[in-house]
Design a protein around this ligand. Structure first.
Ligand SMILES: N[C@@H](CCC(=O)N[C@@H](CS)C(=O)NCC(=O)O)C(=O)O
Length: 214
C-alpha cells in the first residue's frame, strides 16, 4: 500500500494542487478516484461520513490522518518533506496569504466558471458567467503583476503558494473559452517554469477519470 492516498478526479483543479505536490516531492502515493460527475459521490452520506464531512475532494490519507482543504494538505506535505516549504515566519505568512487569495478569488472563481461553461447542463446563466469573468480578469491581473517582478510567487524559488495558484491553469483554454497563458505573459512564463520542474505532470495524466465517460 502506498504511503499516501489521495481522493481526487482528473477534472478537479483543487485536487490537482495536492496531486502535483505529491508528485513533485517524489512521494509514494496513489489516487483514489471519486465519481463526482455521474455518481455524485461527494454528496453521498457515505462519502460525508467516511471521507470528508465537507463533501469535497481533495482528501489526503496518511496513516491515521485524513486531511482536506488543499491549503492544509500543501502545508502538511511541505512541512513533512521540507520541499516547496516557505522559510521563516514572514514567508510562511506570505504563502498563506496567497493560498487564501487563490482559494477565494483566483481559482475560487475560475473553478466554478469552468464547471458552468464546460460541464454543467444547462450551462451557466450569462449574468452569472459575466460576474465571474469580471472577478477572474481582475484577480488574474493581480497575479500577473506580482509575477512581473519575480520568478515565483514568493521570490526566486517555487513554494506551495505557486502549487496552489496554478491549480486550474494547466487545463485546456477551450474549457474556459479564453487563453489565460496567452493573454497574461507573466503568468504564461511562470507556468512554463512550473512545467519544467522535475516530475511535473499534466492534471489529465496525473489523476484518474479523463476523459469523462459518456
Ligand atoms: N477550498 C477547497 C475546495 C475544494 C472543492 O471545492 N473541491 C470540489 C471539486 S473541484 C468539490 O469537491 N466540490 C464538491 C461540491 O462542492 O459539492 C480546497 O482547496 O480543497
Amino acid at each position: 500500500m502506498p504511503e499516501y492516498q489521495l481522493y481526487c478526479f482528473a477534472q478537479s483543479g483543487n485536487a490537482y494542487r495536492a496531486a502535483l505536490m505529491l508528485n513533485l516531492i517524489g512521494a509514494d502515493w496513489a489516487p483514489v478516484w471519486v465519481d463526482f460527475f455521474k455518481g455524485g459521490e461527494t454528496r453521498t452520506p457515505k462519502y460525508r461520513a467516511e471521507v470528508n464531512e465537507m463533501g469535497e475532494v481533495p482528501v489526503l490519507v496518511h496513516g491515521a490522518k485524513k486531511l482536506s482543504q488543499s491549503g492544509v494538505i500543501l502545508n502538511y506535505l511541505a512541512e513533512r518533506s521540507g520541499k516547496f516549504a516557505p522559510q521563516g515566519e514572514d514567508e510562511r505568512l506570505e504563502a498563506l496569504r496567497w493560498i487564501i487569495f487563490d482559494n477565494q478569488k483566483v481559482n475560487g472563481f475560475l473553478g466554478p466558471y469552468r464547471f458552468l461553461k464546460n460541464f454543467a447542463r444547462p450551462a451557466g446563466d450569462p449574468a452569472v458567467m459575466g460576474f465571474l469573468k469580471g472577478r477572474i480578469d481582475g484577480n488574474l491581473a493581480i497575479v500577473d503583476k506580482r509575477l512581473s517582478e519575480r520568478a515565483f510567487i514568493l521570490g526566486e524559488r517555487p513554494t506551495i503558494a505557486d502549487i496552489s495558484l496554478c491549480a486550474y491553469l494547466f487545463y485546456p483554454a477551450e474549457e474556459f473559452g479564453f487563453d489565460i497563458a496567452g493573454t497574461h505573459k507573466n503568468i504564461g512564463a511562470w507556468l512554463d517554469r512550473i512545467k519544467a520542474l522535475p516530475r511535473w505532470v499534466h492534471p489529465y495524466e496525473l489523476m484518474p477519470g479523463y476523459p469523462l465517460k459518456a
